[in-house]
Design a binder for this molecule. Structure first.
Ligand code: NAD
Length: 500
């Protein structure tokens, strides 16, 4: 009998009652290692009720005590770093060093939330009118929900949880059913850090649970990260139900390389950002835009690096790239290689023929790095998010053409430019229609005290995630107008209140 991963509600592991489960694979062997419970709408409602009760207590806890919990949580994350990285790797497939990297970036969000106090300060105006003071306060929303993707099972939940909880909200987290254990472990560690039971609840599930979250009257706001089609659905349905929604979607990130760029730096960056985490990153480089004469030497430099990449299980410290998350996803990504060839692109490296590190199981969901040259707009491999280790090269003649290409793509998550020309960089960052831009930095994920978010079809809603935008998203402001009159000055006045 496979182990079952249960919900975590009210500070306890709660077995599912829907009778539905979903398999959780070990992507490095292809075997099912556990089943995860899939919640019914009733189970979601029950978790929301627990969260609502806990919120009444949590919002009354002093800010200093709330901050104590965040500091203790941060410490526990550090102490459990290796265990958490191994847990992520075991269900996602990414190599443990990469999982440790995502945890480190997640911890930065917790550190930001440790300093929440000054960010929750309101404003105060003395004597706005005679004897009248006006002040604003920030209050939590209540119960908020997060729905997260498979590709960052630790970091993306932390993008949401850290600020939401520090601001005084309680949380219902619906992680990806493909790698759900990291979220449960985060909730356990939060409990150990002193978070009252019920403030953070993890409910596993699929569309049924997600739709119950969107319909729940008890949930005030929803944060979503995942693919664009679902993000649009979440945004439309959640806002129609009166909720505040931020929904981050898919990506197709272009890396523009100008002829004056350092060739080795650019080739290393393209390989690292294209194939790291097997390309299953929303900030992965998917398209290299080679400008003018740099194309031939750049393609050659990238192609030369590919055979040296070591592909194997995430637990093998010598492996640089792990398997993909499921067989279905691996097959879908591999299918793009045939599509590319049929559309006229040149397949310079085909990840289907690969040699694995010694000891790797042939049953793992592996696909090696692939390189496509001669890719053009209109081809499916260019237009669609592949979300795997497939790098496409598009050749253009000028910076103008490169910017036009990036701007005409429906996605606008991240982009990067590689050059030594400051003027070109300035133009690029001024004109490019993407939310996050790297200058000689291929994966420009903003530090935790900025905020993360793309443009166009990569984000639905106005609110970026984490950092100052996260604090805004998880709080609402209240303005108090106050007078403490002397009894003798009281008089009836039916006119509209003035300030002069
Ligand atoms: P996904 O959209 O399939 O799943 C995301 C979440 O939605 C999961 O919790 C899943 O259970 C749920 N879900 C799936 N199908 C649903 C449906 N029909 N109705 C309601 N909910 C549903 O995404 P994924 O495959 O887990 O993750 C990869 C995607 O996430 C990629 O498109 C990637 O670009 C995107 N992503 C974006 C960012 C960003 O910041 N913009 C970050 C990470 C990942």
């Amino acid at each position: 009998m496979a182990r079952t991963i249960h919900h975590y509600v009210g500070g306890a592991h709660v077995p599912g009652t829907s009778g539905r489960t979903s398999p959780v694979y070990d992507p490095s062997t292809g075997e099912v290692q556990a089943e995860v419970d899939l919640a019914s709408a009733e189970e979601v409602d029950a978790a929301v009720a627990v969260a609502a009760d806990a919120h009444r207590e949590w919002r009354s806890v002093s800010l200093s005590r709330r901050t104590d919990v965040m500091f203790a949580f941060r410490q526990l994350l550090h102490e459990h770093r290796a265990e958490l990285a191994a847990l992520v790797s075991s269900e996602h497939g990414k190599v443990e060093s990469d999982a440790a990297g995502e945890l480190a970036r997640g911890i930065e969000n917790v550190e930001f939330a440790c300093g929440i106090a000054p960010l929750l300060k309101g404003g105060f105006t003395e004597q706005a009118s005679t004897g009248v003071d006006v002040y604003s306060i920030r209050q939590p929303l209540g119960v908020v929900a997060g729905i997260t993707p498979f590709n960052f099972p630790m970091m993306v939940p932390l993008w949401m949880l850290a600020n939401a909880i520090a601001c005084g909200n309680s949380f219902v987290l619906k992680p990806s059913e493909k790698d759900p254990s990291a979220s449960v472990r985060l909730a356990e560690l939060f409990s150990e850090a002193g978070l009252p039971d019920g403030v953070l609840n993890v409910v596993h599930g699929d569309k049924v649970a997600v739709d119950a979250i969107l319909e729940s009257r008890g949930i005030s706001a929803v944060s979503f990260v995942g693919s664009t089609g679902i993000a649009r659905h979440i945004y439309e349905r959640g806002t129609a139900a009166g909720k505040r929604v931020q929904a981050l979607g898919g990506a197709k990130n272009h890396m523009v390389v100008l002829p004056d760029a350092d060739l080795d730096v650019a080739a290393d960056a393209a390989v690292s950002a294209g194939y790291g985490s097997a390309g299953e990153r929303c900030m992965a480089i998917s398209v290299v835009v080679a400008v003018g004469p740099v194309a031939d030497p750049l393609v050659e430099a990238i192609a030369k690096r590919i055979p040296a990449l070591r592909v194997g299980p995430g637990s093998d410290p010598t492996a640089e790239m792990g398997p993909l998350v499921t067989a279905e996803h691996r097959d879908k990504v591999a299918g793009y290689l045939d599509v590319a060839a049929s559309e006229g692109a040149t397949v310079l490296a085909d990840g289907r023929s690969l040699s694995l590190v010694e000891g790797a199981s042939p049953g793992g969901f592996y696909l090696g790095p692939s390189l496509l040259d001669g890719v053009r707009p209109g081809m499916r491999v260019y237009e669609e998010e592949i979300f795997g280790p497939v790098l496409s090269v598009v050749r253009v003649e000028s910076l103008d053409e490169a910017i036009g290409l990036v701007n005409s793509h429906p996605y606008g998550n991240g982009t990067a430019i590689f050059t030594r020309d400051g003027g070109a960089v300035r133009r690029f960052q001024f004109e490019v229609d993407c939310g996050m831009v790297g200058v000689n930095v291929p994966i420009p994920v903003p530090v935790a005290y900025y905020s993360f978010g793309g443009w166009k079809s990569s984000l639905f809603g106005d609110a970026h995630m984490y950092g100052p935008a996260g604090v805004d998203f998880y709080t609402r402001s209240k303005v108090v107008t106050s007078r403490w009159p002397e009894a003798s000055t009281s008089a009836i006045d039916l006119g509209f209140p003035g300030t002069r």
